[in-house]
Design a protein around this ligand. Structure first.
Ligand code: SF4
Ligand code: SF4
Ligand code: SF4
Length: 261
């Protein structure tokens, strides 16, 4: 492994770890977030040595310390790939909601797999299985939530990794950020929102744009899902609407016991 040039961030020596990006079943939108950030891309690249990143470079090395893995597992060959990445990486990061919870891909698990295959692919033979998040296959060291991930948060987390400091996630719900941003509550406008139970960190991205939260970052600490259901029902939303929203990204899948008929 080559020695990386010495760098410093706010006076703290930065080790500049070797990082690689991988994608399993995904739309690759999370990786795109990294490239989208032109204003701070060079700063980001000064913190890490990117050795594999299909969206941004050709070739690549299999000598890396940190693996960012985007996407969920939906095929057998992905299981083997993921296990190999795990063997190589010192730190494996589940990158985005697909990797953390199954993401939108896991919606398929609500239906009979044969029916899904027929509806989507017709008679074209396609290998696809039940969707699983990364931690169903390998140990995950770190999670970066969001669909897509928020680039500012990724940069913050990578900075923490590079300087060896602890990473903390917001424990509170999106509503806190939404209120701080001075938004009118969407419930007052007759629209549903999962902000009361969803982990903050996106700066209330959707409500800022007058769209209700769909819970892409998963549950906040100590959230009260029954209270949310009560709020939604009092605002006239059906059980089907409530479940549709809570099941969208897979983050709440362990909290729906008793809500499904
Ligand atoms: S989390 Fe969302 S943006 Fe990221 S890969 Fe999955 S579907 Fe795409
Ligand atoms: S719009 Fe959503 S996030 Fe904002 S305060 Fe209302 S419920 Fe909370
Ligand atoms: S508001 Fe909700 S759905 Fe939108 S980005 Fe934030 S956590 Fe995800």
């Amino acid at each position: 492994m080559s020695d990386s040039p010495a760098k410093a961030y706010l006076g703290v020596p930065v080790r500049r770890p070797r990082v690689a990006f991988f994608e399993l079943s995904s739309c690759e939108g999370c990786q795109l977030q990294i490239l989208n950030n032109e204003a701070s891309l060079l700063d980001f690249l000064s913190l890490v040595e990117v050795v594999r990143f299909r969206e941004g470079m050709s070739g690549g090395s299999d000598e890396y310390e940190i693996a960012f893995v985007e996407g969920s597992v939906t095929r057998d060959d992905e299981v083997g790939r993921l296990q190999k990445i795990r063997e190589t990486a010192k730190v494996l990061v589940a990158f985005g909601s697909c990797a953390c919870f199954g993401g939108v891909n896991q919606l398929k698990n609500r239906f009979c797999l044969d029916w899904v295959k027929k509806e989507v692919y017709g008679d074209h033979p396609v290998e696809t299985a039940e969707v699983r998040p990364l931690d169903a296959i390998v140990q995950v060291d770190l999670r970066i939530y969001g669909c897509p991930v928020k680039k500012e948060e990724v940069e913050k987390i990578v900075t923490h990794i590079a300087i060896g400091s602890d990473i903390t996630y917001p424990r509170y719900p999106v509503c806190m950020e939404c209120k701080a941003n001075g938004n009118v509550c969407l419930y007052d406008l007759g629209e549903p929102c999962l902000g009361p139970v969803t982990r903050a960190g996106c700066d209330s991205w959707c409500p800022n744009n007058r769209a209700g939260c769909w819970g892409c970052r998963g549950p906040s600490d100590d959230m009260n899902i029954l209270q949310l259901v009560d709020i939604m029902k009092r605002h006239g939303f059906s059980e089907e609407t409530i479940l549709d929203r809570l099941e969208c990204f897979g983050g709440f899948s362990g909290h729906l016991e008793g809500l499904k008929k």
